[in-house]
Design a protein around this ligand. Structure first.
Ligand SMILES: [Zn+2]
Ligand SMILES: [Zn+2]
Length: 816
């Protein structure tokens, strides 16, 4: 009976895989790319859920069907960042002469919604036709496709897929980093909290901010990104390089100017740029050329000040380190320019030589790394088998550059030798700054610890618990790649093989000093060995380590999706008030980011909850309706769980996220809304996003609390046809509708709300089938109910490959 159950489970598990394969096969029939090898795939798989589960198996399907023409290392499989609520979409793009041809599959359908050109050379009519078919996805797909065709490096393309599209902000963000590294490079003793090199003070809404979060690893959860709307110029950014030896910092403020650059483009090419149109694609191409030939020409250094004191960093960023010591004020230019102690900083003038390794040479580094690791393990009597799900490779490749060159081809080398890759959860790139070291850690999951270790206190990072039989020995070997000296094996008299499982302190305590990036490696490796869901694993990688602090993010994200699901025309905006590790999880899980203008970081000192004892006010969730220009503000409070002595907190968090009830919990966690949910107008939204500066409290939370309790109907504008402010649909039975309807709006909107009976439930779109936009109480969306789906997911992990082989979806060479 057990075997039978397994078969059933396997069938369910392969559905995502099958979908990936079948759509790829279909796309190949249309575009014939496995013949030409010219192919780019952009998909929402990886972040969108498929049938209530994470969708990494879809990626496996794409890769296996594509016959080696698609790989992570070639950079031609881009994961467009969405949320679990979004549909599973696929864009296959191939080059045909000077043209780019797209086959687009929406919502996992095998019938493409569009086949045709996506080239920047297309006509306006062709663009309009494309827009009709792809809707909001037109510019994201078109900008990524054309940037790929231009040869934009794969790591920049991945940043753009994280951000949502390629735009001037993407390109200028990289230009700013190059300028920063040339004149104000990181040096010994400089850095922010959690081993970051700079604290970025951004102004959300400018796309450049996502570049800093992504390519500098300046994530908000590591307190390396702070910022809200303190100036009208979202393209401005401040970089603080803090020197912990001298206790002084340098503040470099840069910007890029859309108007000036588009005017320059017009002078040079005679073309006018309109945002989100085919002209912006041409402008992107122009800006990419500038990035390659003269990055500095895209940006301006407005100020560079030395002698920044700790007090001044505290004022701007809320603290130099992990602890919040006061409210952060962000890029407050009035304050900065009034400080009399600041002096002009002296720039360095570093030059960097750009590497020119080919794809094959870079791939060769991966092959060599894998061979060295295999050999070292073999010498210790440990045989590594290809395609093993028990083998994990952690690496900075793909983020860390080698002589300023993208290193993703290295992944393909490792895959070739070991069969490890992201979609199998066996090759995990750890978020790193692009100037960081290139390293590899190979980890093999072995058996349980000896009986004299089981039961003893063990752990990793900030997790301490009693070691059980479930905690496995993890044999690890680490290699650093130096462009001049080649491979260096992390080693002392005990090495080179070290156990980094939960009992490492008993088996080889020196490893914590021998391995580079110790905290990140030991925590991610152990967490991986507990088999967390794919999106949880992605949070660990993005945060670059696992800690108790990142854990509330999954619980808060679940709470938000269950209680405030996003409806048609709605987007999430999250304003953080407590800045710590969990913010990185919220960015990924809610699909928000500063560069999109959907994540703001206000870092307040006093966030004690008045509704839940011992709780903290973590942030403000805004569900914003872009059509109505009205939103709801939810103040989110969280209180962490506590665990029995010896219990494993990380396992508990993973269980909760899988919908299982963990053991060893002394008191439950609480996620709740701190106060009455408030409807807000555009002006009120702007006020919240600028930190409620100028309001009597000067505090966004107090500001929201002070807003009147209103119904949606109170906020609907009554002026007919006000440009930019949509009127109200004439909904039967709606109360207090004052006829303020702009005709065009009604036409498009009324059709979409047929059957709605009151204003408060009017915004549900056709076919959404869930979550009406403005009900105060919502039905659970059922996107991830506790139970069956997740349980099954947990079980299939180990046997999925057997299943794939049985059902013939697997093409050769896969040992189990
Ligand atoms: Zn952008
Ligand atoms: Zn952390």
């Amino acid at each position: 009976p057990k075997y039978y159950a397994h078969l059933q489970i396997t069938l369910q598990a392969t559905e995502a895989y099958k979908t990936g394969r079948e759509i790829t096969q279909k796309a190949d029939q249309i575009l014939n790319f496995t013949k030409t090898g010219q192919i780019l795939v952009i998909t929402t798989a990886g972040s969108a859920y498929y049938k209530n589960n994470t969708s990494e198996d879809v990626l496996e399907g794409i890769l296996n069907q594509a016959n080696g023409t698609i790989s992570f290392g070639k950079g031609n499989l881009l994961l467009l960042r969405k949320t679990r609520l979004d549909t599973l979409d696929f864009a296959f793009i191939t080059k045909k002469g000077n043209d780019l041809i797209l086959a687009y599959f929406k919502n996992a359908s095998l019938t493409p919604t569009y086949i045709g050109t996506i080239s920047q050379n297309m006509t306006q009519t062709q663009w309009n036709n494309l827009t009709q078919k792809l809707g909001n996805d037109t510019f994201p797909i078109a900008s990524l496709a054309n940037a790929w065709a231009l040869g934009l490096p794969a790591d920049i393309l991945r940043e753009a897929a994280f951000h949502g599209h390629v735009c001037l902000g993407t390109i200028s963000g990289y230009a700013m980093i190059e300028t920063l590294l040339k004149y104000y490079p990181p040096s010994t003793g400089t850095g922010g909290a959690e081993s970051t090199s700079y604290i970025v003070i951004g102004v959300p809404g400018g796309s450049d901010d996502d570049v800093f979060v992504y390519a500098m690893d300046a994530t908000p959860g590591k307190r390396a990104y702070i910022g809200y709307n303190t100036t009208d110029d979202p393209n401005m950014v401040g970089f603080i390089r803090w020197n912990s030896n001298t206790q002084r910092g340098t503040l470099i403020i840069m910007t890029y100017n859309w108007t000036e650059l588009t005017e320059q483009f017009k002078r040079e090419t005679n073309a006018t740029v309109e945002e989100d149109t085919v002209t912006e694609l041409k402008f992107n191409a122009w800006a990419v050329q500038k990035l390659i030939t003269n990055p500095e020409s895209l940006v301006k250094i407005l100020y560079a000040f030395d002698n920044l004191t700790e007090e001044q960093v505290n004022y701007l960023a809320g603290g130099v380190g992990s602890t919040t010591v006061q409210d952060a004020h962000g890029l407050d230019m009035e304050y900065i320019l009034s400080q009399s102690n600041l002096v002009n900083a002296t720039p360095e003038n570093k030059t960097y030589t750009k590497g020119n390794l080919t794809y094959d040479q870079l791939k060769g580094i991966g092959i060599e790394a894998a061979n060295i690791a295999k050999e070292l393990l073999k010498q210790a009597g440990i045989q590594v088998e290809k395609d093993s799900l028990e083998l994990l490779v952690l690496t900075s490749a793909g983020y860390a550059r080698l002589n300023d060159q993208d290193t993703s081809p290295i992944w393909d080398g490792i895959y070739e030798m070991l069969g490890s890759r992201l979609s199998r959860k066996t090759l995990l790139p750890v978020h790193s700054a692009l100037w960081s070291q290139l390293w590899f850690t190979f980890i093999l999951k072995d058996g349980s610890y000896a009986t004299n270790i089981i039961g003893k206190p063990g752990g990793f990072g900030k997790f301490s618990f009693n070691i059980t039989e479930e905690d496995k020995i993890l044999y690890a070997v680490q290699l650093i790649y130096d462009p001049i000296r080649g491979f260096i094996i992390s080693n002392d008299t005990k090495g080179p093989i070290y156990d980094i499982g939960a009992g490492w302190n008993y088996t080889n305590p020196t490893v914590s000093r021998v391995f580079k990036n110790w905290n990140g490696i030991v925590t991610i490796a152990n967490a991986w060995s507990y088999d967390p869901p794919f999106d949880m694993l992605m949070v660990y990688l993005f945060h670059n380590h696992v800690c108790p602090g990142v854990s509330p993010s999954y619980l808060i994200a679940d709470y938000i999706y269950e209680n405030y699901p996003r409806g048609e025309n709605e987007k999430y905006i999250y304003v953080t008030t407590t800045d710590y590790c969990k913010d990185d999880g919220l960015l990924l899980l809610l699909g928000v980011s500063p560069g999109q203008g959907t994540y703001y970081n206000q870092r307040l000192l006093n966030t004690i909850s008045s509704s839940i004892e011992g709780g903290q006010i973590e942030g403000i969730l805004i569900i914003w309706n872009e059509k109505l220009n009205i939103g709801k503000a939810v103040i989110i409070t969280y209180k962490g769980p506590s665990f029995n002595t010896g219990a494993n907190g990380l396992r508990a968090y993973i269980d909760w996220y899988k919908g299982k009830e963990p053991t060893g919990v002394r008191s439950q966690y609480i996620v709740a809304n701190e106060a009455q949910v408030k409807y807000i107008t555009k002006d009120e939204l702007n006020s919240i996003l600028s930190g409620a500066a100028g309001s009597p409290s000067g505090n966004a939370i107090q500001y929201i609390r002070g807003l009147p309790d209103r119904q949606l109907s109170d906020l609907i504008p009554s002026v007919p046809g006000t440009p930019g402010v949509p009127g109200v649909p004439g909904v039967p039975g709606g109360s207090s509708i004052s006829g303020g309807v702009s005709p065009g709006f009604v036409g498009s909107f009324v059709g979409a709300v047929s059957g709605a009976t009151s204003v408060s439930a009017a915004a549900s779109g056709p076919g959404s089938g869930q979550g009406k936009a403005y009900e105060v109480t919502r039905a659970s969306p059922g996107t991830k109910s506790a139970g069956a789906g997740w349980y099954i997911y947990g079980v299939i992990g180990g046997i999925i490959l057997v299943g794939l082989a049985i059902f013939g979806f697997l093409k050769g060479g896969f040992k189990v």
